[in-house]
Design a protein around this ligand. Structure first.
Ligand SMILES: Cc1cc2nc3c(=O)[nH]c(=O)nc-3n(C[C@H](O)[C@H](O)[C@H](O)COP(=O)(O)O)c2cc1C
Length: 422
């Protein structure tokens, strides 16, 4: 068996020794193990440029290190995602690496589990497992939230999550789980219900944290601007993509009267740059006076349901910071927002303006406005055949086809640059 370990431990620790022991035992059983120390790989953050889909289909041209990693991932029988928990979720290092798995799937969509997902690029995908090292504050809820988010990523990665364990598990047991080729993946979780935020009164100003790896050019900034416009009071925007300015970002958080953090869903979770910021907030845990915080999560897939899993994480994050949780605004089909004419976004913008206005009045986010923005939460199962038919029409992938053609690589759209398996 070929096994790839993606070790997202940012600093050498006993967790490395644990993973080395797993490697040794797997090799003793005849497996071929590629153990990638992500901290030694000069990976770059995903910038959301779509180049890996529409310029060099199947690989990120900007990043040789991620090509090396993706090749080891797609040609493995089993991939072990491994990382210490940091602020309730596996490390930023693992998250930035997972963002760079995007080239391994195809931009076109299909219906799976009655939901929108992407097509396979490769014939076969590795089985997946997760092992985390707990941090002092890790509780069962953190582990459940993390497991469910990784299950969703595994589904989008055309595979399944076969276990989610902590490093308290004996090495021999974990090795057995990896070797157990006839095992079934963990049963997919049901989608959590939308969370409920609280109200805060007399908010003088809001600080907007834009978590889009595209910075100001992305969709997330538009969402934040509309919310701020509705709020009407003082506001300022901080672009988290400038990670060299993280100390200033943390300072802006400390000084904020209320915070709104918006980001695109990246592999069913937050982008690596957002996780970087969240980890930088760790010194504020346990301090009094952290600002109230609300979130906007917008995704490429049309249904709101895809973002409900990370929403649970965000609710818990507010709790971890001792911040009042203002709620989460969820929107599918977010990718279209920046390219649509203003009138096509009218319903969304009106909703954001009205939610922003409510904040200025000290109201909680209006539940029916939230539901209307998130619509469709899911597609009714009976519509799945219609949706399937639609996805077969050229118009369904005209966005990516247009870019592929413009770049002269349309004929290469199904390329499998790392294929060793067929
Ligand atoms: C690396 C990467 C991973 C993504 N993962 C998801 C995902 O898991 N689910 C989804 O619906 N959209 C996903 N998207 C699509 C983005 O959420 C969507 O394009 C979003 O509108 C981008 O927002 P921005 O312009 O603010 O960055 C992903 C995009 C990228 C580049």
């Amino acid at each position: 068996m070929k096994i790839t370990i993606l070790n997202g431990n940012p600093q050498e620790s006993s967790f490395d020794a644990y993973l080395n022991e797993i490697q040794d035992q797997l090799e003793d059983k005849g497996s071929q193990v590629t153990h990638i120390l992500l901290r030694e790989l000069p990976l770059k953050y995903c910038t959301g440029c779509w180049g890996c889909w529409v310029k060099t289909p199947g690989k990120c041209q900007a990043d040789n290190a991620s090509q090396e990693m993706d090749e080891a991932v797609i040609n493995a029988d089993f991939v072990l995602w491994a990382a210490p928990m940091k602020m309730g979720y596996p490390s930023e290092l693992l998250k930035m690496a997972m963002d760079k798995h995007l080239p391994l799937i195809h931009p076109y969509m299909e219906v799976d589990q009655f939901e929108a997902h992407h097509l396979k690029r490769y014939v076969r995908y590795p089985r997946l497992g997760l092992v985390v090292e707990k941090e002092a504050s890790t509780d069962d809820h953190d582990l459940q939230i993390t497991t469910q988010m990784f299950q969703r990523t595994a589904l989008n990665f055309k595979s399944g999550l076969y276990f989610s364990l902590t490093s308290e598990t004996p090495v021999s047991e974990l090795v057995e789980r990896i070797m157990e080729q006839s095992a079934k993946p963990l049963a997919l979780p049901t989608t959590p219900q939308p969370t409920k935020g609280t109200a805060v009164t007399s908010v003088e100003s809001i600080t907007l944290f834009n978590g889009s790896p595209r910075g100001e050019r992305g969709n997330s900034a538009i969402f934040l601007q509309k919310l701020a416009e509705g709020f009407g009071g003082e506001s300022k925007m901080v672009n988290l993509v400038n990670i060299n300015a993280t100390p200033e970002h943390v300072q802006a958080f400390r000084e904020a009267k209320a915070v709104w953090l918006a980001f695109p869903l990246y592999t069913d979770s937050m982008p690596g740059v957002v996780k970087h910021f969240i980890e930088a907030l760790e010194p504020l845990v346990g301090q009094k006076g952290n600002p109230p915080i609300g979130f906007i999560v917008q995704s490429g897939f049309p249904e709101g349901l895809h973002s409900r899993f990370v929403e649970r994480y965000l609710e818990k994050l507010a709790d971890r910071l001792g911040s009042a949780y203002l709620g989460t605004i969820v929107k599918g089909n977010g990718e279209g927002v920046r390219i649509m004419p203003e009138n096509m976004n009218k319903k969304l913008f009106d909703g954001l303006l009205s939610l922003g206005n409510g904040l200025a009045q000290g109201e909680t986010l209006n539940a029916s406005t939230l539901a209307s923005i998130a619509k469709p939460e899911s597609f009714p199962k009976v519509l799945a055949p219609v949706f399937k038919l639609f996805l077969k029409l050229p118009i369904a992938h005209s966005y990516f086809d247009g870019m592929l053609k413009k770049n002269g690589v349309y004929e290469k759209r199904f390329d499998r640059p790392f294929v060793k398996q067929e």
